[in-house]
Write a protein that binds this ligand. Structure first.
Ligand SMILES: [Zn+2]
Length: 264
């Protein structure tokens, strides 16, 4: 079988660790090659340093986190609050998608509290869609790829959309067995401890991840720690029933039947 490859695409250094890293670690255990990219540099995530200094600090922290996860690290493309669904970024991200050739793309929710996240989600979806289209030019130029891919959206912060409505996962992943490593990778983002306390009222970013993980676990009615996912509609990506997380994760993957029936 061809190599299975998962590509996590977040907006900021630490976003992957908050809501995607457990699944990424389980995929690695299942034999996947795993990749790590944040579109944004994290340069606005603090007030103690100027932008370029913080960009350097956060790049170093993200590299440590990716190493803890055992993921291949890719350098960011933009600065914070400068992430838009624009052609230049799209061409650069599409080149990366054609290089990495992911069979699974993990990214943000189309609904989330801040637009770097939702714009990253749109970029990831469009860049993946464009992987097989020869008339879409990438920067740098890369040959098309035609493998099946499934795109999964992680849960938004506080499990709500920007209008405060609850978001229900389409599937749950049991992350209990890799929770310690996920926690260690998040803790590598040391610069975020104080900043998130003062800027966003998060008591502690590590506790915030812990709470979210337990809350999604409770929603599953089965797992102590969990990450929630919604699989993107398959058109342009693969056959209708392509659900590689289900295939790779076995007992650790639970489809939310209520979501599938449209009862959420
Ligand atoms: Zn973020």
């Amino acid at each position: 079988m061809a190599t299975q490859i998962a590509f996590a695409i977040g907006a900021h250094p630490d976003d992957i660790e908050f809501s995607m890293a457990g699944t990424l670690l389980l995929l690695k255990k299942a034999g996947y090659e795993i990749h790590y990219l944040t579109i944004g540099s994290g340069n606005c995530g603090g007030a103690e340093y100027d932008g370029p200094t913080l960009r350097t600090i956060r790049n170093a922290e993200a590299r440590v986190a990716a190493k803890i996860l055992g993921a291949q690290f890719h350098p960011c493309l933009k600065d914070d609050l400068e992430i838009f669904h624009d052609l230049d970024t799209l061409r650069r991200l599409a080149a990366l998608i054609r290089e990495v050739k992911p069979t699974v793309v993990l990214t943000h929710s189309p609904q989330d509290y801040m637009e770097d996240h939702t714009n990253t989600c749109r970029l990831a979806v469009t860049a993946t869609f464009a992987r097989a289209m020869p008339n879409f030019k990438t920067i740098p130029a890369r040959a098309i790829v035609s493998n099946d891919t499934a795109v999964y959206h992680s849960m938004p912060h506080s499990l709500r959309d920007p209008l405060r409505r609850r978001i229900i996962p389409g599937a749950f992943v049991n992350t209990a067995s890799v929770h310690k490593t996920k926690h260690a990778a998040l803790a590598a983002h040391k610069s975020q401890q104080k900043w998130l306390d003062v800027s966003q009222g998060l008591n502690c970013y590590l506790l915030a991840m812990e709470d979210m993980s337990r809350e999604v676990g409770r929603m599953s009615k089965k797992f102590k720690h969990a990450e929630g996912w919604r699989r993107h509609l398959h058109y342009g990506f693969s056959a209708a029933d392509n659900d590689p997380l289900r295939e790779a994760l076995g007992k650790n993957y639970l489809v939310n039947k209520a979501y599938e029936r449209g009862l959420d």
